[in-house]
Write a protein that binds this ligand. Sequence first.
Ligand code: PTJ
Length: 262
Amino acid sequence: MTKHEIPKKHPRFESLRTRECIIDGMHQKIVAEAGLIAHGRGEAFDYILGEKTPEFALRQEIFAVVTMLVAQHPVISVNGNVAALCPKEIVNLSEALEAPLEINLFYRTEEREAAIKEVLMKAGAESILGIDPSYQNTITEISHLRRIVDTRGIASSDCVFVPLEDGDRTIALRKLKKDIVTVDLNPISRTSLTSTVSITNNITRAVVEMTEFVNEFKDYSRSKLLEEKNRYNNKDLLQEALQFMSSRLLKLANEGNIFENL
Ligand code: PTJ
């Protein structure tokens, strides 16, 4: 299935290009059908954000990166939407952090696992966890197929990056005393509210910026990283995200400048 041609000059080019990645990903069995709905929800929040990274999100990203850098065994969980939207970028983050990639799907099928593995390998990944049955373990606290995890990855990790996640698994992994880092454009989703660190930004921007922060912070001593980590608090940053979104809408409403996006 070929992507639709989107003229580069189209004022909504980036948004339409991203949407095509998701649709194309669904045809290639990378993205679940429900992934299209999840993407639409994300688009709506990104519209309110102004489709660019606000300053508070950069601080959330630093908080996320230092949390992963101080972890003993950080792991990056990949689902269909992430694999379709930013395969190369998530592989780059994995390399910079030296954190393995693990495929872990809500709508789990072998066909989708193989399609996601292929797209990650094409993007440069050298090994992918989560698909070899001889390393499977189950997390009984999780009720759906996401309970199947890799003994070398999520099962033994102390910090899991779970972008575009559903709340149940976040809560279950937190109960297992793992730190959870997420990217979710909805600052009041159960995932955002229950994670250790939540990034209220589009995954397509967040992962690139996080990799830049890893390169900036990775030579810091452990005590400096912990000092940096202790400067932040997830609840305060989520409140800033809500304040940013609501004041942006209020500004548009009060100043009458509703045509700024045209
Ligand atoms: O590939 P699978 O089978 O593991 O399924 C993946 C989906 C995304 C379908 C599954 O995890 C799901 O249903 O997720 P939810 O519960 O819809 O949550 C997804 C969250 O991600 C929502 O809060 C969206 O607002 C948010 N979101 C969607 N697109 C983006 C996003 N956040 C950041 N960047 C995006 N591009």
